[in-house]
Design a protein around this ligand. Structure first.
Ligand code: B12
Ligand code: SF4
Ligand code: SF4
Length: 373
């Protein structure tokens, strides 16, 4: 099986993908980087990264006979809305302020599969597509395909879209002439290829999460702590989280390559910008019903109510605004011990420890007691 690459590229772009690139599959791409990352424990408690490592390194184990990784990128940058969060409001990662991209990209991927069948004489068993959650090293394939380069911030940076690109991959048995990777002075595919002497992202990271260029220690990363970690956020990181409520864009937004981002064609994404306007006071008072209603259809719902309340407590503690104390005192008796612990930390930080004295939860709950030590 083989296909007319340029014709297919045009048809896939017509489906709404901003980048469409082709990489030839070889086993072991990314092995060194992933192996060292796992060995150093940079995956934190994301054990699934370790469990699926061999699949990530051998696409053949995901789709036997896979020849090509078709890398599809969707920009989520909107120049019209890209303003810093208003003072006092929680700060959200930009990607979260859209309908869940796992869902919105899927119909386009289904259509992409049909296009491959039509154009290349393939059948549905000759390809598999993934967005984010599959055992595929999406950035490694994206770098190999020339969709961009891996910056010192570990992001796949497109010369046209900057950092603001979601990735997905279609692994297929169809063979295509691969697109060339980007190169600098004849050297292709290395971390920081087009960064030059710049280190803005590493310098700006509030928690010092980059032990070396392009290598991120999830344990120190605010994105990990506010999204993936379901438990206690280490105390020593909480101040640096500031008002970030879900994810973190700091090492992305300082990157000078973003100046080229014009904004995606956005056919695949639906903005949910109203979320950015929610005051912290409202988030601290979310109930199971209001949480389900407000965050329906977004990726944010994945952290569940307890996760978002926990993050809201950290932001409240960092806000310096004593008006949040009443809500925190209520959350100090919340059903979730994780929420209780962070509510106590925040109330204490706002100088209201006395309001918690004598509360049953503070006397019996080991998580909460730890916040007093
Ligand atoms: C686990 C994970 C996380 C973890 C760990 C992040 C990390 N740096 O590894 C946490 C929770 C911290 C996280 C955070 C974020 N994530 Co995330 N995450 C993933 C996931 C599921 C796996 C990443 C992974 O394999 N990590 C292990 C390390 C070792 O791999 P890697 O960073 O991809 O590095 C490889 C390449 O860089 C490659 N490489 C580098 N140079 C070269 C050169 C050559 C020659 C080759 C062949 C390869 C190569 O080698 C490495 C592997 O060996 C991917 C989706 C996926 N299936 O890939 C999304 C993904 C990386 N995340 C994404 C996003 C958007 C984010 C956030 C911006 C969200 C936010 N705003 O809060 C932050 C950004 C943090 C950052 N600076 O990286 C996007 C990134 C898109 C892009 N343009 O790069 C992805 C691809 C999801 C998607 N489908 O769009 N994420
Ligand atoms: S996402 Fe935020 S915390 Fe994580 S590495 Fe980037 S700047 Fe640091
Ligand atoms: S901020 Fe500078 S060092 Fe970091 S990825 Fe962008 S160009 Fe590279």
């Amino acid at each position: 099986m083989a296909g007319d690459k340029e014709h297919l590229r045009r048809r896939l772009r017509d489906l709404g993908f901003d980048e469409v690139r082709f990489a030839a599959i070889e086993p072991g791409v990314g092995r060194e980087g992933l192996g060292a990352w796992l060995k150093a424990g940079h995956q934190a408690d994301m054990d699934w990264m370790e469990r699926t490592a061999e699949k990530r390194l051998n696409p053949d184990r995901v789709l036997e006979g896979a020849r090509t990784a078709i890398v599809l990128g969707v920009s989520y940058f909107d120049p019209a809305r890209d303003a810093p969060a208003e003072a006092g409001l929680p700060v959200w990662a930009r990607y979260a302020l859209h309908a869940d991209y796992h869902d919105t990209m899927k119909p386009a991927l289904v259509s992409a599969g049909r296009v491959i069948e039509e154009e290349c004489g393939a059948s549905a068993s000759d390809y598999r597509y993934y967005v984010d959650t599959g055992p595929v090293l999406e950035r490694a394939w994206a770098a190999r395909s020339g969709a961009g380069f891996v910056g010192k911030n570990a992001m796949l940076i497109s010369r046209r879209e900057g950092n603001w690109l979601f990735l997905s991959c279609i692994l297929t048995r169809v063979a295509f002439e691969p697109d060339p990777p980007l190169a600098s002075r004849g050297v292709p595919e290395r971390v920081g290829l087009l960064c030059g002497k710049c280190t803005r992202c590493m310098d700006a990271c509030p928690t010092g999460a980059f032990p070396q260029p392009g290598v991120l220690d999830s344990r120190r990363c605010i994105s990990y702590q506010t999204i993936e970690n379901r438990g206690i956020i280490p105390q020593e990181l909480r101040d640096a989280i500031g008002m970030r409520i879900y994810g973190c864009d700091t090492c992305l937004e300082v990157c000078p390559w973003n100046r080229f981002a014009k904004g995606g064609r956005r056919m695949l994404l639906a903005a949910r910008g109203e979320i950015a306007a929610l005051p912290l006071a409202e988030l601290l008072r979310l109930t199971p019903e209001s949480f389900a209603r407000v965050f329906k259809g977004t990726a944010i719902k994945r952290v569940k109510l307890a996760g978002l309340l926990r993050n809201a407590c950290v932001a409240a503690g960092n806000s310096g605004d004593a008006a949040h104390v009443d809500a925190l005192v209520v959350l100090a008796t919340h059903a979730s011990p994780v929420v209780r612990a962070h509510a106590v930390w925040a109330a204490k930080k706002l100088g209201a420890a006395a309001r918690l004295a004598g509360m049953r939860s503070t006397e019996t709950d080991p998580n909460v007691l730890a916040e007093y030590i």
